[in-house]
Design a protein around this ligand. Structure first.
Ligand code: B16
Ligand code: MG
Length: 219
């Protein structure tokens, strides 16, 4: 058994709730195209890449367009999204996140971000968490989306830690699958009925502790 040495964190839904901003921007785009989609449909967009999200949304609206038009729409949505996230403040960090990251650093664990977002750098800077991550792997440095393990394997590599010695914190099913495919332990953020493959599931990082991390080592 390899002793756990590093923690890898998803961003949206684990560190901050940027899903609300993604939803507002995608909804604005859909409305301009003269259709709408529900909050329930929006759940399917969590954790998946920008272009994959656009494909799903266009499918819901029955819209068929060229690849060039798709790129243009994705850019417009992203501009609206960036306008919103540049207003983000440290108060938007989810409960217990800063505290747990600080405890991890104090205990000698390495930390990395493993997100599908190409905007993770701005978000971490705006909420003031950039200094608590030893490495940031995001949509700018990966080619395959979750559930492919690439984002987390690159995170482990950047930290110089074996995948078996890493724990991933994830809120999306595709992210949990990615971590498992990368041979890592997974702490699901959400409910066990949804994140069935996770080793443990907690409601948020406010209830995470070094003791729970140590227990994963024995599981
Ligand atoms: P961007 P995560 C994901 O973040 C979001 O959950 C998903 O809704 C979004 O489409 C994706 O990032 C790409 O974001 O358009 O900013 O590159 O959960 O992987 O941290
Ligand atoms: Mg997420």
């Amino acid at each position: 058994m390899t002793k756990l040495q590093a923690c890898l964190f998803d961003l949206d839904g684990v560190i901050v709730d940027t899903a609300v901003y993604h939803y507002k921007a995608w909804k604005r785009l859909a409305n301009e195209l003269r259709f709408d989609f529900s909050e329930q449909q929006n759940e399917q967009l969590k954790g998946i890449s920008r272009m994959d999200s656009l494909e799903l949304i266009l499918g819901w609206g029955g819209v068929t367009i060229s690849e060039a038009e798709k790129l243009d729409l994705a850019t417009r949505k992203n501009n609206w999204y960036v306008e919103m996230i540049t207003q983000m403040k440290p108060e938007e960090i989810l409960p217990g996140v800063r505290e747990f990251l600080t405890i991890l650093k104090g205990a000698g664990y390495k930390t990395a971000l493993g997100s599908a977002s190409k905007n993770s750098g701005i978000i971490l800077e705006k909420v003031g968490l950039a200094d608590l991550f030893d490495a940031v792997i995001d949509g700018n440095s990966v080619t395959a989306s979750k559930p492919d393990p690439e984002v987390f394997l690159k995170g482990a590599e950047a930290l110089g830690v074996a995948p078996e010695a890493c724990v991933v914190f994830e809120d999306a099913i595709a992210g949990v699958e990615a971590a498992k495919a990368g041979r890592m332990k997974v702490v699901g953020i959400g409910v066990p009925e949804v994140l069935k493959e996770a080793d443990i599931v907690i409601p948020g990082l406010h209830v995470m502790s070094l003791e729970k991390l140590a227990a994963l080592n024995r599981s």
